[in-house]
Write a protein that binds this ligand. Structure first.
Ligand code: CA
Length: 239
């Protein structure tokens, strides 16, 4: 998942960026609404965290312009950050199309929980668990595994854990959200990248190939679609 953070306070922004990166998100950070608009015109994101109090154009105006634009990320979830007691700002923010807000200062775990909820809603998933065939990825519990057939007397089979690195996790999550549709290599690259990270299209292939090796034993194939990207498929006989 790729997040855009718009925050002018360097200390606050560094803290949020670090916390989100640790949680497996690719985070791009800009310090002004003007810069955010430039970036949004060029690249796509899955969610934005926007501080209302910014130098120049404020976060409310940025949200309004985003929603009214034809940019690729125009409809992405937006969480606004507000100062304490700025009730009017929060109301206005929600009216302008923000999906949620947090009052500063806040605890990182709460921000993470809210972002997960927003992403789940926007990806039209009904629960925190994304699945494809026997593969289950629990976005809240940060667990991924392969569900085994249930034995007599069990309501569900055991989940065999699959160990994934953070980048492999990001690739699998993206593929699961979009399955059975294929995911383009470009989008996977965007999901993996932050501007401060050097990730090349070749690196996407490396993570895909590692992931493929970990999914194949469970009957899930990660098929390459030439000139486009990748798609999850079930091997014959897998359910
Ligand atoms: Ca600020």
């Amino acid at each position: 998942m790729r997040l855009l953070l718009v925050e002018d306070d360097v200390m606050v922004a560094s803290g949020i960026k670090l916390g989100l990166s640790d949680a497996g998100y690719a985070v791009d950070w800009v310090g002004s609404a003007e810069r955010a608009l430039e970036v949004l015109a060029e690249e796509s994101f899955d969610l934005a965290v926007i501080d209302i109090g910014l130098p120049g154009m404020d976060g409310l105006e940025l949200t309004r312009r985003l929603r009214g634009s034809d940019m690729e990320s125009a409809a992405m979830p937006v969480l606004i950050l507000t100062a304490r007691d700025a009730l009017q700002d929060r109301v206005q923010g929600l009216d302008l199309g923000a999906d949620d807000y947090m009052v500063k200062p806040f605890e990182l775990p709460e921000l993470l929980a809210r972002l997960r909820a927003l992403l789940r809603r926007s990806q039209a998933a009904t629960s925190a668990v994304l699945s494809f065939g026997p593969i289950e990825l629990d976005t809240a519990g940060r667990r991924v595994g392969a569900r085994q057939p249930a034995h007599d007397g069990e309501s569900e089979g055991r989940l065999l854990p699959i160990e994934l690195g953070p980048r492999e996790w990001t690739v699998l999550e993206y593929l699961l959200i979009h399955a059975p549709k294929p995911a383009s290599k470009d989008k996977l690259l965007q999901a993996l990248t932050g501007w401060d990270r050097e990730i090349t299209p070749n690196a996407v292939e490396v993570y895909v190939s590692r992931l493929r090796g970990k999914l194949e034993p469970y009957g899930v194939a990660l098929r390459s679609i030439r000139g486009f990207g990748y798609r999850l498929e079930l091997a014959p006989g897998t359910s």
